[in-house]
Design a protein around this ligand. Structure first.
Ligand SMILES: NC(=O)c1ccc[n+]([C@@H]2O[C@H](COP(=O)([O-])OP(=O)(O)OC[C@H]3O[C@@H](n4cnc5c(N)ncnc54)[C@H](O)[C@@H]3O)[C@@H](O)[C@H]2O)c1
Length: 347
């Protein structure tokens, strides 16, 4: 299939882009390149790329594609604190606009990278795709509202699909240490310590970046009647872990590492244990290969191999909020979060 992959230059996109090529899809990336300089170690994309802000896309950019995988977003909760408006403008408004453009361009398959974060503080056991949504942040709200608006566009010519991912971890050329397991492992390896600022009880499904990438491809290739206007919690039951279980896995893999629990009142209480039954029954041939323990081991090996230092781990390049704040402070991004003309990525 000829596939447009938005956000190809990000943490998930730079793994998924290569897998799409390996699966013989004709992939074109589209990204504004916020994290173009944030590589660990550097990688080079070898598929064609459109460097453009999602908000500035036109119909002509979408000509000739059969599918769009839409990852581009301000991707995580703290980014909402940077400027509430940007999260809404990029994550919701531009995503809904993109979906409308896809429909106008006759692109039937539209895979949207959504998140289990939309279940918020779900205290009622397992959450499935029919459970009430309870977004606790601007980021989570942007995902809920996007799904809602895009699903209304579905018809016999347009089949959106919503992959509600758990928190993604594992090595990527555009590494980030601001997601839970990457953060814990980076800390363990560079300081010999894992510190939890909550009691560690919240549930947080996790999914390896390789598995989530393969899941996108599996759904891209699935019969359209299975995925038409459907949301899927994307993962498997063995990926539901509490934060403390994740921390204990990490501590167990790094000799001499200590676990410190500094629970503070008002600590992050987002908790959701996802029911993955719909995914398992809809896609019986798909397996999530990485258990959190094996995946954490693989991540640890990968980070040791590149000799992750404390300055790498602490570096603003690998925390989305800190990097965007730096680009704004240094004037490379303008107040609308667009590049100054001389800074737009060219390669
Ligand atoms: N990483 C996770 O744990 C996780 C979990 C659930 C869902 N998701 C979703 O998956 C998607 C990808 O996540 P990620 O971790 O790869 O994030 P990321 O921040 O690493 O990558 C996002 C990419 O989108 C691009 N982008 C942002 N705004 C843009 C704009 N206005 N125009 C064009 N490009 C723009 C960025 O330059 C970046 O390359 C996001 O939609 C995110 O919400 C991620």
């Amino acid at each position: 299939m000829r596939v447009l992959l938005t956000g190809h230059n990000g943490y998930i996109g730079s793994v998924l882009g290569s897998y799409l090529q390996e699966a013989s899809h004709d992939v074109v990336g589209l990204d504004t390149g916020y994290f173009q300089e944030c590589t660990l170690p550097p990688n080079k994309t070898n598929f064609p790329v459109i460097w453009k802000d999602l908000r500035d896309l036109e119909l002509v950019d979408l000509e000739g594609f059969e599918a769009v995988i839409h990852l581009a977003a301000l991707s995580n909760d703290p980014l909402g604190d940077l400027n509430k408006r940007w999260t809404d403008e990029i994550n919701r408004e531009a995503s809904v606009r993109l979906a409308n453009l896809c429909k106008a361009a006759g692109i039937r398959r539209f895979l949207f990278s959504s998140s289990c974060i939309m279940y918020g503080a779900a205290t009622t056991g397992l959450v499935n795709e029919e459970s009430p949504l309870d977004p606790k942040t601007d980021y989570a709200t942007s995902k809920v509202e996007s799904e809602y608006a895009i699903s209304k566009l579905a018809d016999k010519h347009f089949s959106p699909t919503f992959l509600r991912n758990g928190t993604v971890y594992g090595r990527s050329p555009r590494m980030r240490f601001d997601t839970v397991l990457n953060n814990l492992m980076g800390s363990a390896l560079t300081s010999g310590k894992v510190v939890l600022y909550s009691d560690g009880k919240p549930w947080r499904p996790v999914v390896h970046v390789q598995d989530v990438s393969k899941a996108f491809i599996h759904l891209l290739e699935a019969p359209v009647e299975v995925i038409h206007n459907q949301a899927f919690n994307t993962g498997a039951d063995h990926l539901n872990k509490t934060i403390i279980e994740l921390a204990e896995i990490v501590v167990g893999l790094v000799p001499g590492c200590e676990l410190e629990i500094l629970a503070k009142p008002g600590a992050d209480q987002r908790t959701y244990k996802a029911d993955f039954n719909k995914f398992a029954t809809s896609f019986p041939n798909f397996t999530f290969q990485w258990s959190p323990r094996d995946g954490a081991q693989e991540l640890s090996d990968a980070l040791r191999e590149i000799r992750l230092s404390d300055s790498d781990y602490q570096n603003h390049h690998f925390t989305r909020l800190r990097w965007l704040s730096f680009l704004l402070k240094t004037g490379r991004l303008d107040p609308s979060l667009r590049w100054q003309p001389e800074d737009v990525p060219k390669t």
